[in-house]
Design a binder for this molecule. Structure first.
Ligand code: 5AD
Ligand code: SF4
Length: 441
């Protein structure tokens, strides 16, 4: 039996796409191997969001080249955003690559493998949703659902619109059907994925749909206990979506709302189409509808033209909001993006690093403070497995998306009550509450 080895870089959409690649390969008779040197097909699902993503991947590719030198019949395949972004050069720069394909072309990999093709092939036009392919999921009780692909925004720093193309929504009924099918297979938690999830459905014809309608329809599916989504855009974060969190029992009390910068002039230069006030207004709306909602974000430091005063605007917003967590990034110029071409007002590397450190400290202070509200409470935890640091303890996630390490006995996939006894900025600790478990029924 032929074996494949797959390495995934990048975001949750790539993890989703990799599960579909795996599902497709398994339906072709391939089986997975953990050992790259034993694989007949060495596959990479790549990311190009920042320069570090590119360089990490190119180092991995070097290893594949060495394997290919020793065993020339090995097939090397490269999919995803990096492949798409270098599509014109991939075979000249990396002549040992046999097949390359963009994110909308995963199904072509099957065609290539079945064709005995002797010449290298590249596939880069969007043709179909990877969400339509069979999946090989890592955990039987959690699933990604791809609700749309692509992005119509023009954020000046971002490579995604050029790698994943224009936004296309998957049909509403097909998604509800998929959720029903997943529930029937034992899935309890779904995470809806899209580059801009809350603009879902506006391109659908003959009938436009709203993201909030989709949330309600999936909430109504029996067996789906938790719904999450990532990432929404603040410009599309309207009342109906926020209210859905208050009224839909399965929709979790957590919103990841990417900020990028707290400075209005920088947001304008980033072409985010909202300003500091609008972002704060969305936070206010969320807090008034769902007072206890966890709020996390993405922030970029060192965008070209960012002054100390601009950066302080970001810091003060972080302090004002009090995020439960944040992913922080140093600006990285990307090929083909508007901000990647800027030559004026570049922020020196050491200034970027110093700002990053100050930002991380502010985020952690806020997250640490916010996390204390859980101490003494009993929260619902979806068990994912054993704790990474202590095999005698269990690990899971609360509805607020906090990692919880706790003592108790439960199987992965169970939702159990845990009394929280301690909290750091990143994780909660606690004990499974037998009293509450009895009340759970
Ligand atoms: N440089 C740094 N961070 C970036 N992001 C996207 N593009 C860049 C870039 N060129 C960050 C944004 C986005 C997250 C997924 O990655 O914060 O929300
Ligand atoms: Fe995901 Fe963006 Fe990386 Fe593509 S470039 S894999 S969309 S993070």
């Amino acid at each position: 039996m032929a074996r494949y080895h797959l390495t995934t870089f990048g975001c949750q959409m790539n993890e989703h796409d990799s599960e579909r690649m795996a599902g497709m390969l398994e339906s072709l008779g391939y089986s997975a191997t953990e050992v790259q040197d034993e694989a007949d097909l060495i596959l990479f699902n790549t990311c190009s969001i920042r320069e570090t993503a590119d360089s990490r991947f190119v180092a991995h590719l070097g290893h594949a080249r060495r394997i290919k030198r020793e065993r020339s019949d090995v097939i090397v395949g490269v999919g995803g955003c990096w492949a798409q972004s270098v599509k014109d050069e991939v075979f000249t720069q990396f002549p040992f690559v046999d097949v390359a394909f963009g994110p909308g072309q995963v199904h072509r990999l099957a065609e290539f493998l079945a064709s005995d093709s002797l010449t290298a092939q590249g596939y880069f036009e969007f043709e179909g949703f990877t969400g339509d392919l069979p999946a090989s999921r890592n955990r039987p009780f959690q699933a990604w659902m791809q609700i749309s692909v692509g992005c119509n925004c023009r954020c000046s720093y971002c490579i995604v619109p050029s790698t994943r193309g224009r936004e296309v929504s998957r049909p509403f009924e097909a998604l509800v059907e998929e959720a029903r099918g997943l529930a029937a297979e034992g899935v309890r938690e779904v995470t809806l994925l899209g580059q801009n999830v809350n603009s879902y459905g506006r391109d659908l014809r003959p009938e436009r749909r709203e993201f909030s309608e989709l949330l309600a329809a999936i909430d109504a599916v029996d067996g789906i206990d938790r719904i999450r989504y990532t990432s929404p855009h603040p410009k599309d974060m309207r009342e109906d979506v926020v209210r859905a969190h208050a009224v839909l029992p399965a929709l979790c009390e957590h919103i990841h709302l990417p900020l990028q910068s707290g400075s209005t002039p920088i947001l304008r230069a980033m072409r985010r189409t909202y300003d500091r006030e609008r972002y704060l207004d969305r936070v206010q709306l969320i807090r008034s509808e769902i007072p206890d909602c966890a709020l996390t974000t993405d922030i970029i430091v060192g965008f070209p033209g960012e002054t100390e005063a601009d950066f302080e605007q970001t810091l003060s917003l972080v302090e004002e909001v009090g995020f439960d967590g944040a992913f922080t990034f140093i600006f990285s110029p990307r090929r083909g993006t508007e901000a990647g071409e800027i030559t004026q007002g570049l922020v020196p590397h050491e200034v970027k690093v110093a700002r990053m450190e100050r930002l991380v400290a502010a985020v952690q202070r806020g997250a640490q403070k916010r996390a204390q509200r859980f101490v003494g409470r009993t929260v619902e935890v979806l068990v994912e497995g054993t704790s990474r640091t202590d095999p005698d303890r269990l690990r899971g996630r609360s509805r607020h998306n906090k990692v919880v390490n706790f003592s108790g006995i439960a199987a992965p996939g169970m939702i159990v009550p845990v009394e929280i006894t301690g909290a750091t900025s990143q994780t909660l600790i606690g004990e499974m509450s037998l009293l509450a478990l009895a009340a759970f029924g």
